[in-house]
Write a protein that binds this ligand. Structure first.
Ligand code: JFZ
Length: 445
């Protein structure tokens, strides 16, 4: 009997521990406007990720692969790191220019760091002076300025908000990162930290009108801590039922989350080593990617991906039903790196011609293959051939019995598509092959 009781207690304890992490907004039912926004989100396909903070001044400190993590990677004590805001003066920040660039790039939304792991608020926060208005010579709320401009130009704004915080004294016990920062507090009340975070989130959800949503990151620092997600998610959905919540915890979505994200990997791929979950069928998907190897501004990282490579990733992501959130790390003067602007303009040019085969689509009947990807919109299937290799392409899983016509997206000329037992065979003559993406539109009956 006693043994049984002990066993039961152990079981219950174990269940409580393993459950705590995934307990979120149980029984959450998305509001109608949330469901509408999920459709909008999936139609939008393409957004700009912005990593901007006082770390941008350091430009990675001459190391490849360091940017917004410099505080932890170089073990900079809090008291020294706190000098950075004093140098942050992005006098050339022009929100109108940023948002026009975003529009020309064919992007529909921006996700910007309201607070990264360094704990510095890039907006006007009342609960801490460690923010851009109170602690920098610039003294202006860049997030508020950007939001106004986004509203003016019809771009939605999301906030990346770090749950991990290397600066706040109540972020204790410490997680697996930031151990080398010597002067972090040696005691603290984690619940007080969560209260503080929820207050900052309340500010973000009440000071700037309607926002797109919150992109959480950092739970992985303390996977077993009680993050009180239930409360945080209910708070956000209560203040703005339409706001979409996502979290970069690299697990299947928890209740209360409205989209699932993949960091620097296509859904289902795991080249980075931390995207080893499945793919949710319940919520919209998004993948984020860097233009070089850094999120924040890095002055030596010249390892830029080509326009072709980025478009290919965007199209493959769409083939999985995922949005493409492409990152830039603005410079400390407030301008976007010219190399990044060039890349974005080139992608925008491509989208101007081919966007009709991407925006508003959903994942296709066939999952992305070596040769490319498929997406659907209404009774049309768009076949994006990215890697042609001069061969016929067999595509299984296309309902060829319902096939009415097959034409090139560009000029509407007929494409050579033969029905096969399990799908279709596509022959593309060399003269029809496009350097980036050859698109064929199948219309079904
Ligand atoms: C996170 C951030 O740490 C990073 O600075 C950036 O903002 C990116 C978009 O998101 O990246 C992660 C998240 C988790 C792990 C590694 C990097 N992880 O679990 O090892």
């Amino acid at each position: 009997m006693r043994k049984e009781l002990i066993r039961l207690t152990v079981l219950v304890l174990f269940a409580a521990i393993t459950f705590k992490g995934t307990m979120a907004q149980e029984g959450y039912v998305p509001a109608p406007e949330n469901l509408d926004n999920r459709e909008w989100f999936q139609d939008a396909k393409f957004g700009l990720f912005v990593h901007w903070g006082v770390y941008s001044i350091m430009g990675g400190g001459g190391d490849q692969g360091i940017a917004e993590w410099i505080m932890e990677r170089k073990s900079i004590p809090i008291v020294q790191y706190e000098k950075l805001p004093g140098f942050f003066n992005p006098t050339q920040f022009d929100p109108a220019e940023w948002v026009s660039m975003v529009k020309k790039a064919g992007m529909k939304y921006i996700t910007i760091t309201s607070k990264h792991h360094d704990g510095f608020a890039m907006y006007d926060s009342k609960v801490s002076d460690y923010n851009i208005v109170d602690a920098t010579p610039y003294g202006k709320d860049v997030i508020g300025m950007l939001k106004e401009e986004c509203d003016r130009q019809g771009i939605r704004l999301f906030f990346y908000h770090s749950q991990l915080d290397w600066h706040h004294p109540d972020y204790f016990p410490h997680g697996r990162t930031g151990q080398g920062i010597a002067d972090r507090s040696q005691s603290g009340d984690f619940n007080a930290y969560i209260d503080y975070m929820n207050t900052q989130l309340t500010e973000l959800l009440t000071q700037y009108g309607e926002i797109g949503g919150i992109w959480f990151d950092g739970m992985w620092d303390k996977p077993d801590a009680d993050w009180r997600l239930e409360e945080t998610y209910a708070l956000i959905h209560g203040l703005q039922p339409g706001a979409l919540i996502g979290s970069n915890h690299h697990k299947m979505p928890f209740p209360g989350e409205d989209f699932m994200m993949f960091e620097r990997d296509l859904p289902g791929e795991n080249t980075m080593g931390f995207n080893n979950t499945g793919i949710s069928e319940e919520v919209p998907l998004e993948m984020c990617e860097t233009m070089n190897g850094s999120w924040g501004f890095n002055i030596i990282d010249q390892n830029y991906k080509s326009v072709k490579q980025l478009i290919h990733t965007m199209v493959r992501a769409a083939g999985y039903g995922a949005n493409f959130l492409l990152n830039t790390g603005p410079m400390p003067n407030g301008r976007i790196q010219p190399e990044n602007v060039d890349t974005l303009m080139a992608i925008g040019n491509w989208l101007e011609t081919y966007g009709g085969a991407l925006y508003g689509t959903r994942k296709g009947p066939v999952r992305p293959q070596e040769w490319g990807a498929t997406v659907v919109k209404g009774n049309e299937i768009y076949i994006h051939v990215l890697d042609h290799r001069g061969r016929d392409i067999e595509i299984r899983g296309i309902p060829s019995d319902r096939l009415r016509s097959a034409v090139y997206f560009d000029d509407g000329s007929r494409a050579d598509v033969k029905r096969s037992e399990e799908g279709i065979t596509l022959s593309i003559p060399k003269r029809k092959v496009k350097p980036i993406d050859t698109i064929i539109v199948l219309t079904l009956m």
